[in-house]
Design a protein around this ligand. Structure first.
Ligand code: PMV
Length: 318
């Protein structure tokens, strides 16, 4: 029996996190150095309908039915079966491996969902198109945190830089000049759900101030889009610094992230900011390829637990 394997990359948000939940635009890029992988095989000794899941990264080895109904894996399988019109699944084993840090702002949940959806649908002989993968991964994202914007499942499904706005047609970003990012982990696990909920409560209490901050972040994101499309990556750096200051005003940074951002800025990067929900997780710095190693070392010395250097490549003209 053949094995069906699918992979999905990680991601970082370059601009617009949090504001994107409130219908402002955001920009995200895939990160291929780390990825999730799902492998499905038929379980010849298993009983009909039994899905056995091995996910060593989260210390899970269990049948799907033993997990709670609102577990993201159950939400995902439920959505997938409904979409494909499959009432009973054949017995299968699903192995999930991921080199993406969990709760670190790199989209590990969405990457695992996308990889599973592709591998299982192929195993069932009904491989899903990207639009459906994206839609079902979004439904699963809701099980991770109740009000996802949809940016994670989108950038990870399509594995291309995106300019994303809730409810608007998706726009792939035309990158005309490559740019290099350092992604540094703070080592602090952060729950997207709790940070997003904290922002929601603050927004409810101080709606006008938060709306104004989201507007300013949205304006920065629009400007950043122009710089990317015009091939002016250096100009992006200043916008990243400004976006970080606004994220601090939203109250989603933390001393460790601020320290890493300041270290990067003092080391001479073009710009730096936290990325993702904040409260821990990671920060990103825009740098020149030839300086990336020195800047990455400075971040490690300042307490980053790991760093990834990634270059966002040019995208073909459509
Ligand atoms: O922590 P991450 O990488 O999942 O990013 C969350 C981004 C938010 O804008 C805070 C939430 C969302 O759903 O877009």
């Amino acid at each position: 029996m053949p094995a069906f394997t699918a992979t999905a990359p990680g991601k970082v948000i370059l601009f617009g996190e949090h504001a994107v939940v409130y219908n402002r635009p955001a920009i995200a890029v895939p990160v291929t150095q780390a990825q999730a992988r799902a492998t499905v095989t038929a379980d010849l000794r298993g009983s009909l309908g039994r899905v056995w899941i091995d996910a060593p990264a989260i210390k899970l080895s269990a049948s799907l039915e033993s997990l709670s109904p609102d577990h993201p894996f159950n939400v995902l399988f439920h959505a997938l079966r409904a979409k494909l019109g499959v009432t009973t699944l054949p017995a299968m084993r699903l192995r999930i491996a991921s080199s993406l840090p969990v709760a670190a702002g790199m989209g590990s949940g969405a990457a695992v969902s996308v990889a599973i959806l592709r591998a299982v649908s192929a195993f069932l002989g009904q491989p899903l198109e990207d639009t459906l993968v994206c839609e079902l991964a979004f439904q699963t994202e809701k099980a991770y945190h109740s009000t996802p914007s949809g940016i994670d499942n989108t950038v990870i499904t399509y594995a291309r830089p995106v300019f994303f706005r809730r409810g608007q047609p998706l726009e792939f970003l035309q990158v005309v000049q490559p740019f290099t990012l350092i992604i540094a982990q703070s080592g602090i696990a952060s729950s997207t759900a709790s940070v997003v909920n904290r922002v929601r409560r603050a927004w409810e209490q101080e709606t006008e101030r938060y709306e104004m901050l989201f507007d300013r972040i949205g304006a920065i994101t629009n400007l950043a889009r122009q710089h990317i499309v015009l091939g002016q990556p250096a100009a992006l750096g200043q916008l990243m610094n400004e976006n970080h200051s606004l994220l601090c005003e939203l109250g989603v940074s933390c001393p460790e992230l601020d320290h890493l951002v300041q270290t990067a800025q003092q080391a001479g990067v073009l710009g730096a900011k936290l990325s993702g929900a904040g409260g821990g997780g990671n920060m990103i710095a825009l740098t020149l390829l030839e300086q990336a190693e020195a800047h990455a070392s400075a971040l490690l010395q300042a307490g980053a637990t790991s760093v990834i250097v990634t270059t966002v490549q040019t995208t073909p003209i459509e």
